[in-house]
Ligand binder design. Structure first.
Ligand code: ATP
Ligand code: ZN
Length: 283
């Protein structure tokens, strides 16, 4: 039995549940309980506060967990980072009142900085040889300068609108974070096997998210050139259309690559392009 800890509610919850469901795990909606069994995989879900997950995994109360990388770096727990999961992306940044002029990190010297991430901030200041006073506060960090508690803050930023509405501007990105899978460092064999099975599925889901299935029609004269710019998993499939002189070409491309080559494809006479999501990808 593999005990999987995920956030009970918050910005990691939905992404974590989606990922596990995409891996084929049948999860009943039992968020109000602390624990729910997975119906078709030898596992149990534990719903916890994200900040508590690293410690629970380190202590073996949970075997694996999904948390933000920022939380792992702050807690410095002894757990393994198994996989970056690509969702709940955010950055941890320093911000100062918008009318203060900022040149570089030396601005922070001797200043008071409010944050919920004292360890991450401490390491950043040390690296830049800046001495500041760190105020560790647990919530609503962005109001600290406005009420005279601090000269600057370090907090999670996603769009920057919270900063703006508090009269702050972002001046340094300290850390880029995303959801990660962490695991206990001493999993017994049976649980390690379950983790490997789950990890195989997670990797198939993550790969599929990056790639799209592409179908297009093209004049036969240009097939060679199109195939050159459309690498498939092995090689694109080419099928004749009912209309003579034309073929349908199928392939798999990463979404970003698709946008890079779209104009070339059109110049080569490609028509009727379809881009279809892929659910799982096993290479
Ligand atoms: P809990 O009650 O579980 O302690 P919380 O209030 O600490 O929740 P959330 O705001 O739900 O935490 O954020 C959880 C994690 O989600 C953060 O540690 C971070 O990794 C990520 N995250 C936070 N804010 C954002 C955002 N705006 N966009 C994307 N991801 C975010
Ligand atoms: Zn939290």
């Amino acid at each position: 039995m593999l005990k999987i800890a995920i956030q009970k509610s918050g910005r990691l919850h939905d992404g974590s549940i989606d990922l596990l469901k995409n891996c084929g795990l049948k999860i009943s909606n039992g968020r109000n309980q602390l624990m729910t069994p997975v119906q078709n995989f030898d596992a149990q879900l534990l719903y916890l506060r994200d900040d508590d997950i690293p410690q629970y995994v380190q202590d073996g109360v949970a075997d694996i967990g999904i948390i933000g990388e920022n939380v792992l770096l702050e807690k410095q727990s002894r757990v393994d980072l198994v996989k970056k999961l690509g969702f709940s992306k955010c950055r941890v940044s320093l911000a100062i009142p918008k009318n203060d002029s900022y040149t570089d990190v030396r601005f922070l010297h001797g200043k008071k900085i409010a944050t919920s991430y004292p360890n991450i901030l401490g390491a950043f200041l040390k690296k830049h040889r800046v001495k500041s006073e760190i105020h560790n506060i647990s919530g609503s960090v962005e109001i600290a300068p406005g009420i005279g508690l601090a000269d600057a803050i370090m907090d999670i930023v996603s769009t920057g609108s919270t900063l703006l509405s508090n009269g702050l501007k972002e001046v340094e990105t300290v850390l880029e974070s995303e959801a990660i899978l962490v695991a206990s460092q001493d999993l017994e064999k049976e649980r390690k096997n379950l983790l490997d099975q789950l990890l195989f599925r997670i990797e198939s889901v993550l790969k599929a998210r990056d790639y799209k299935y592409i179908l297009l029609n093209a004049p036969n004269d240009n097939i060679q050139e199109i195939v050159q710019i459309l690498p498939g998993m092995k090689s694109p499939t080419v099928l004749p259309l009912a209309e003579s002189g034309w073929s349908s070409i199928h392939s798999v491309v990463s979404e970003s690559h698709f946008w890079e080559i779209i104009d070339q494809l059109k110049d080569l006479g490609a028509e009727g392009l379809l881009i279809v999501p892929i659910e799982k990808m096993v290479l």
